[in-house]
Write a protein that binds this ligand. Structure first.
Ligand SMILES: *C/C=C(C)/C=C/C=C(C)/C=C/C1=C(C)CCCC1(C)C
Length: 263
């Protein structure tokens, strides 16, 4: 069976498996539930991006295929989580914290693999770069979860998470990863690497903003959650995922297609 046929079979099977969850939310979504609508739009965008990234593997050289597959895995994992998160939100109005963080725990390390692969595709990647980026994501995400889920103080979780993010930025802008990209990469790869790290700076900043709105701004006098808090938190996180998973993948696609043409 050819690659494109295999992909189509896989996608059809995946679509069939997800169809029941889609039908459930469709029956409950209200026209004034804008957070629910954003969950809906983004779940569709994640699914469409997955098809796109996997499909585009056909047009690039072998070493870039892996990068595009990883982009497709990121949006695929997100699409599945969005179906569940959307249902939780639409049927209960509650913040789907656990699904959200399971998604991040899988997809953020995969994005760090993307940085590593893009450097490896140009032959410049000691494994230490990946392990440091991976460590940074764990320090960022796990305390964020513990804070949001109420296991630790919400401010402590936030501060430790910010340090993890700062560590990732240090590696990408001043550490070994940045030097490898600057020294050895062709122009299209440098452009992609640069844009990706700006996504990690500006695009990722949207997440702590959501956390601040949800836990520090829209709270009651005693620090409890208000309906505005969970609305702000979810709509901001949804927007952030749209930017950071889809735009990030498009950067990989840009580098992969440009460099493949030159090869
Ligand atoms: C696809 C999902 C992505 C790219 C998720 C990224 C998540 C973050 C950048 C989260 C960052 C946070 C901090 C920097 C401080 C603590 C709270 C977090 C976990 C929201």
């Amino acid at each position: 069976m050819s690659l494109s046929k295999k992909l189509m079979v896989g996608l059809t099977a995946g679509g069939a498996a997800l169809a029941p969850t889609m039908a459930h939310a469709a029956a409950n979504l209200k026209s004034d539930d804008f957070v629910g609508i954003s969950f809906w739009l983004i779940s569709m965008a994640m699914m469409a991006s997955t098809v796109f990234f996997l499909w585009e593997t056909q047009g690039v050289t072998a070493k870039w295929k892996t990068s595009l597959v990883v982009s497709g895995l990121i949006t695929f994992i997100a699409a599945v989580h969005y179906f569940y998160m959307r249902d939780v939100w639409v049927s209960t109005g509650e913040t789907p914290t656990v699904y959200r963080y399971i998604d991040w725990l899988l997809t953020v390390p995969l994005q760090m693999i993307e940085f590593y692969l893009i450097l490896r595709a140009i032959g410049a990647a000691p494994a230490g770069i990946f392990w440091r980026l991976f460590l940074g994501t764990l320090v960022m995400i796990i305390p964020g979860f513990l804070g949001e889920a109420g296991y630790i103080d919400v401010t402590v979780g936030f501060v430790i998470g910010m340090l993890g993010w700062a560590f990732i930025l240090y590696e990408l802008f001043a550490g070994e990863a940045s030097k490898k990209a600057a020294d050895q990469a062709p122009a299209a790869v440098q452009t992609a690497f640069n844009t990706m790290r700006w996504i990690v700076t500006i695009g990722w900043a949207i997440y702590p903003l959501g956390y601040v709105l949800g836990y520090f701004v829209y709270t009651t006098a005693t620090g409890g959650a208000t309906p505005e808090a969970s609305q702000a938190l979810n709509i901001v996180y949804n927007l952030a995922d749209f930017v950071n998973k889809i735009a990030f993948g498009l950067m990989i696609w840009y580098a992969a297609t440009s460099v493949s043409k030159e090869d």
